[in-house]
Design a protein around this ligand. Structure first.
Ligand code: 13P
Length: 255
């Protein structure tokens, strides 16, 4: 199973800037063997990035979607709109959406359901805030987020799920989780997935770590048997830092 490294560009890059990135990184993709690489640009760059990645192994993801197929949902984007641009993955329940936009577990569950129904692969984000960790509630928060999003889902359809453990206090702070903390959370996630889906399906799924990941520290996460990828913000914005990170991850897999 290849590890999965996803660039979450958040609200960065115009279509033009996104295309420049894609052109530059394509010259290096021959060296990405063993890693499933994807970029998740803002919606406005999806069309241009799709064209720029034509014939590339680098895949396309979106940062969010609405659960309704269509309707009076001003400012929202549906699954079929993403599929039109060759989107394969969709990030769901990112902490910035949960905390800045008030997204709750019910909305996250609806989005996961709609993504699966439309054959989009969901990257479900979970993770505790600093206060929740300090209060000793990390496990409870992660388990609640997982059950809120997945409890009612059809297990058979969850074979394409990716779960990203992103502790909120590590996002954009330069203060990544320790390998021990990431390992504990990833093991908790795997154990939840096994209980819910059975070992056969659960062991085929990938758990990512996200939060201040860069070339210098990715090895300590990818080196863990419990972690099979990374969701990367800041270090994915420049071609050099992102491809250095991919190479460091490959090295950690090989070691
Ligand atoms: P940073 O890598 O900038 O900490 O962001 C992580 C993240 O939120 C990815 O989804």
């Amino acid at each position: 199973m290849d590890i999965i490294i996803a660039a979450n560009w958040k609200m960065h890059k115009t279509a033009l800037e996104a295309v420049e990135f894609c052109r530059a990184i394509r010259s290096q993709e021959a060296d990405f063997a063993g890693v499933e690489v994807l970029v998740c640009p803002p919606f406005t760059a999806l069309s241009a990035v799709k064209a720029a990645l034509e014939g590339s192994t680098i895949k396309l993801g979106a940062q969010n979607m609405h659960w309704e197929a269509q309707g009076a949902q001003t400012g929202e984007i549906s699954a079929s709109m993403l599929l039109e641009f060759g989107v394969e993955y969709v990030i769901i329940g990112h902490s910035e959406r949960r905390h800045l936009m008030g997204e709750d577990d019910i909305q996250v569950r609806r989005k996961i359901e709609a993504a699966l129904q439309n054959d989009l692969k969901p990257i479900l984000c979970v993770g505790e805030t600093e206060t929740e960790r300090e209060q000793g509630n990390t496990e409870k928060v992660i388990t609640n987020q997982l059950s809120g999003a997945l409890q009612t889902q059809d297990s058979q359809k969850l074979g394409s799920l990716v779960v990203a453990y992103e502790p909120v206090w590590a996002i954009g702070t330069g203060k990544a989780a320790s390998a021990e903390d990431a390992d504990a959370a990833a093991k908790l996630i795997r154990s939840y997935l096994r209980d819910k889906l059975g070992a056969k399906i659960a062991d085929g799924l990938r758990v990512q770590y996200g939060g201040s990941v860069k070339a210098e520290n990715i090895g300590s996460f990818i080196g863990l048997p419990s972690v099979q990828g990374a969701l990367v913000g800041g270090a994915s914005l420049e071609v050099d830092s992102f491809s250095a990170l991919i190479q460091a991850a490959r090295k950690a897999v090989a070691d």
